[in-house]
Design a protein around this ligand. Structure first.
Ligand code: CA
Length: 227
C-alpha cells in the first residue's frame, strides 16, 4: 500500500487531506511539526510527503532541504498564495510540486497521483547503460538515441542535455543548472546557449513521447506523454 505522510499543524487540514487520500486507497501518516515529520520519514519510509510550509519547530523550507539532502522522496508543498513558487519547484528547494492554500482536496489527490506516477516511471537504474522513457531510448556508452527504434543523430551537447533531462523526468531545471551540468562550471557562455540547444533537441524529439516544456520564470522540464 502506498504510504503518504502529511506534515501539517492545522488539524482540520490534516483530517480533510487524510479523508480524501484514504478514500483513494492510500495509507496516511501524520506529523504535527517539522521535527516530528523528519522522524516519521526515517522510521516509516513513506512513498510521498505532503509538506506544509508554515510549521512549528522546523518550517517546511528547512524540512524540505533536509529531506532532499539524503533522500529523493517525492514532496508536494502546501503553500500560501504569496509564497515563492519559483523557489519551491525550482531546484533551490527541490519539491516535486506544490498546491496553494486554500485548496480543493480533490486537486491535491490528483497531484499526489501525478507525482507518484511520474516517479514510478523513472528509470529503475539511472546509472545503468540504457534510459528508456516513452518511445525514446538512450544508450549511454555508445551515446546513441533512438526514437521509436530509429537512431536520431545527436551532437555532443544535445546528447548531454537530453541525458540531464532523461535522468530526471519532470524535474524543473534552471538554465544555470543546465549550463553548469552540461557545459561545466567554468563555461563562460550565456544561458542563451541552453535555449538554443533546447530548441534543437525539441526538433529532434518531434514524433517522440518526450516534450521539453518551458517553465516560465524558472527554466525547463521534461515531460513524458502517454501513448
Ligand atoms: Ca501550517
Amino acid at each position: 500500500m502506498t504510504k503518504i505522510l502529511i506534515i501539517e499543524d492545522e488539524p482540520a487540514i490534516v483530517e480533510l487531506v487524510q479523508l480524501y487520500l484514504e478514500k483513494e486507497g492510500y495509507e496516511t501518516l501524520t506529523a504535527n511539526d517539522g521535527i516530528e515529520g523528519l522522524v516519521v520519514v526515517k522510521r516509516a519510509h513513506p512513498d510521498l510527503v505532503i509538506l506544509d510550509l508554515m510549521l512549528p519547530e522546523l518550517d517546511g523550507w528547512e524540512v524540505c532541504k533536509r529531506l532532499r539532502s539524503d533522500t529523493d522522496i517525492p514532496i508536494i508543498m502546501l503553500t500560501a498564495r504569496s509564497d515563492d513558487v519559483d523557489k519551491i519547484v525550482g531546484l533551490e528547494l527541490g519539491a516535486d510540486d506544490y498546491v496553494a492554500k486554500p485548496f480543493n482536496p480533490r486537486e491535491l489527490v490528483a497531484r499526489v497521483r501525478a507525482v507518484l506516477r511520474r516517479v514510478q516511471r523513472q528509470p529503475a537504474d539511472p546509472m545503468g547503460d540504457v534510459i528508456k522513457l516513452g518511445n525514446v531510448e538512450m544508450r549511454l556508452s555508445s551515446r546513441e538515441v533512438f526514437v521509436n527504434g530509429d537512431l536520431v543523430p545527436m551532437r555532443t551537447k544535445e546528447f548531454d542535455l537530453l541525458h540531464a533531462f532523461m535522468a530526471h523526468p519532470g524535474m524543473v531545471f534552471t538554465r544555470e543548472q543546465l549550463l553548469s551540468q552540461v557545459w561545466g562550471y567554468d563555461y563562460l557562455g550565456s544561458t542563451r546557449t541552453v535555449d538554443v540547444h533546447v530548441a534543437q533537441l525539441r526538433q529532434k524529439l518531434q514524433g517522440s513521447q518526450l516534450r521539453i516544456e518551458t517553465v516560465w520564470g524558472v527554466g525547463y522540464k521534461l515531460c513524458v506523454d502517454d501513448e
